[in-house]
Design a protein around this ligand. Structure first.
Ligand SMILES: *Cc1c(COP(=O)(O)O)cnc(C)c1O
Length: 342
């Protein structure tokens, strides 16, 4: 017999499931707008200026999704057949439908996690990029970093690791793109400003629609010249939006919520500790992603779903992500919903 769910579902499948609250919706409703494809939208411009200030770049461009932001960066940085490096299981390698190859013409190379989960070592870069090869050798062009690294479990690259990786890439003649979909989480966990974790990167992509809670949108930041080229590629991909200020207004409210991420991280720790107490081999999360190794991921996810706890299966277990629509009470309910380990 299944126990009926108590209360509304607890949705831990992703931090993308957050819904705009009343304040965010009010900001969207009253946003000042223009035509961002024709001659600009003032709220878009304000958001882009704010993000470039937060990341310490010259300029920035709003994009509809993180995937499009990453793709635009690859399109600008790569010529057809150029190789790009990224930590193994990076989003840009595994979860963007192959657009890196299909549209940007890039050859991928995965780097090992030598310096910790999701984090390569600078020596991995110099080893991968051998200069002075024969004329038919691949042309290495770009290093794509990911902070936090999603598939590794929301793991952070520290400021000093980041600096050394950027220096190694530049020494090897590579440009650096940072996939910072959850850079806000990394900054919160490390207690540093986002700009510190973006230092030296040629381009940076950050999501507004994950932990910060906007319904849509990412921002791609870099030099003024890069943004000029990126704006053109965005239009080529169908990503130019007209009265985008309605969406940018949500992004501006989202940016005020960086401090709140610490609560999500606390909730993730509480969840992991609660499950560890019950005998699950759950490592303490660094940010907002909790991975629980289980023997039957699909079956466990299905059973949790029957009691209103929504999670996602991975190859090796169950993945849960905390966010602003998950309360402490929801976390307790989740811990109690887990069956004892077999
Ligand atoms: C979510 C995510 C993206 C892509 O963002 P979308 O807006 O879903 O396209 C890119 N990189 C990482 C690491 C992500 O977690």
């Amino acid at each position: 017999m299944t126990v009926p769910p108590v209360g509304p579902p607890v949705d831990l499948r992703s931090d993308t499931v957050t819904r705009p609250d009343a304040r965010m919706r009010a900001a969207m409703a009253s946003a000042e707008v223009g035509d961002d494809v024709l001659d600009g939208d003032p709220t878009m411009r304000a958001l882009e200026a704010k993000v470039s200030e937060l990341l310490g770049t010259e300029d920035a461009l709003w994009v509809p999704s993180g995937s499009m932001g990453n793709l635009i960066a690859l399109c600008v940085h790569l010529e057809r057949g150029d190789r790009f490096l990224a930590p193994d299981r990076a989003h840009i390698l595994d979860l963007e439908a192959g657009t890196a190859a299909w549209l940007a013409g890039g050859m991928p190379r995965a780097l090992p996690w030598t310096a910790g989960p999701g984090v390569p070592d600078p020596s991995d870069i110099s080893r991968a990029v051998a200069p002075g090869g024969p004329y038919f050798a691949l042309r290495d062009r770009l290093l794509c970093l990911e902070n936090t690294h999603g598939a590794a479990g929301g793991t952070v690259t520290t400021a000093s690791q980041h600096r050394r990786l950027v220096a190694a890439a530049h020494d090897s003649g590579l440009l650096v793109h940072l996939d910072g979909a959850r850079l806000w989480n990394a900054a919160s966990a490390l207690g540093v400003a986002p700009a510190v974790l973006a230092e030296g990167a040629d381009t940076v992509q950050v999501c507004l629609s994950k932990g910060l809670g906007a319904p849509v949108g990412s921002v791609l930041a870099g030099s003024a010249e890069f943004v000029r080229q990126a704006r053109r590629v965005r239009k080529m991909l169908g990503g130019g939006v007209r009265q985008g200020g309605v969406l940018a207004a949500a992004g501006l409210v989202a940016l005020e919520r960086q401090d709140r991420l610490a609560v999500d991280h606390e909730h993730a720790l509480l969840l992991a500790a609660g499950l560890a107490d019950r005998g699950w081999k759950t490592a303490p999360p660094q940010t907002n992603i909790v991975a629980v190794p289980v023997h039957d991921p699909a079956g466990t996810v299905a059973r949790l779903g029957q009691v209103g706890i929504l999670t996602l299966p991975t190859d090796t277990g169950v993945r849960m992500i905390t966010h602003c629509d998950v309360s402490r009470h929801d976390i307790i309910r989740t811990i109690n919903a887990f069956p004892p380990p077999a």
